[in-house]
Design a protein around this ligand. Structure first.
Ligand code: NAP
Length: 257
């Protein structure tokens, strides 16, 4: 018996990286998962690779959807409900970076990052909450970041990730009376395409960049998508039903110094 048997979890940006790690863990623990990503074929491929994908009762769904676009989000949630039989958990994970120092940051860099992280989490949550409220049950998990606390070259991303924490607290207040919990995880350095791209942009070999970040971390390693998935699934489980509006830093203690 899995913690998420009979549950349907929507995970955005789940074709790869942290989102895929979270989707794997939910599927491993019995959930049917809707993998949402920009590219529908990548989303379908990821859904087909999840545990249980070969069994009709636990098969998953891959949907192409831009989380920053209302016209794309509303039908995506309705498809999840009609094809998987409901929706119980929403993980707002889709994300991008467009790093630059403030004086070089363009309007487009700002709008794109705020659009995907913040508007995306708002639109997905608004679309899912009507089902959560009707059934008096729902779990929302938002991806913040240690960068919420400020990070050179990431004015757009930091603002979005701190905005996510404010959104999470407000969702906790507004939706708590309806049996809905909303929390956030704030990862530190996690080895994914996103951090590999940062290494390439800085002109540092990927392995050296990971080593550098591991050496400066109190626990002397970088994080993995599985580290985030462990926290995410706990916060979306019924064991965490008295926890809401919180942001849990999963960063190996990176912000302690
Ligand atoms: P990733 O490997 O770059 O994966 C992000 C996924 O989101 C990609 O599959 C991407 O699709 C998808 N995506 C981008 N824009 C989208 C949109 N508008 N609609 C739907 N999907 C979209 O990133 P990650 O490292 O796994 O990060 C996942 C989340 O964790 C992000 O919110 C990120 O900010 C946060 N985070 C990451 C780290 C880290 O160290 N990696 C640390 C703190 C927080 P495409 O492939 O088509 O672009």
């Amino acid at each position: 018996m899995g913690r998420f048997d009979g549950r349907v979890a929507v995970v955005t940006g789940a074709a790869r990286g942290i989102g895929f790690g979270i989707a794997q863990r939910f599927a491993h623990e019995g959930a049917r998962v809707a993998v949402i990503d920009l590219d529908e074929s990548a989303a379908k491929k990821a859904a087909a690779a999840l545990p249980g994908a070969d069994k009709p009762k636990t098969s998953h769904l891959g949907i192409g959807c831009d989380v920053s676009d209302t016209a794309s989000v509303e039908p995506a949630i309705e498809r999840v409900v009609s094809e998987l039989g409901g929706v119980h958990i929403l993980v707002n994970n889709a994300g991008i970076t467009r790093d630059n120092l403030l004086f070089k940051m363009t309007d487009e860099d700002w709008d794109l990052v705020i659009g995907v992280h913040l508007r995306g989490a708002f639109l997905m949550t608004r679309a899912a909450q009507k089902h959560f409220v009707a059934q008096k049950y729902g779990k929302i998990l938002n991806l913040s970041s240690v960068s919420a606390l400020g990070n050179r070259g990431q004015a757009n991303y930091s603002a979005a990730k701190m905005g996510i924490q404010g959104l999470t607290r407000t969702l906790g207040i507004e939706l708590g009376p309806f049996g809905i919990n909303a929390n956030a995880v704030a990862p530190g350095f996690i080895a994914t395409d996103m951090t590999d791209d940062t290494a390439r942009r800085l002109g540092i070999p990927v392995e050296d960049f990971r080593k550098m970040n591991a050496e400066s971390n109190p626990v002397r390693r970088v994080g993995t998508p599985a580290d985030i998935a462990a926290a995410a699934t706990f916060l979306c489980s019924d064991e965490a039903s008295y926890i809401t509006g919180q942001t849990l830093y999963v960063d190996g203690g990176a912000r302690l110094d």
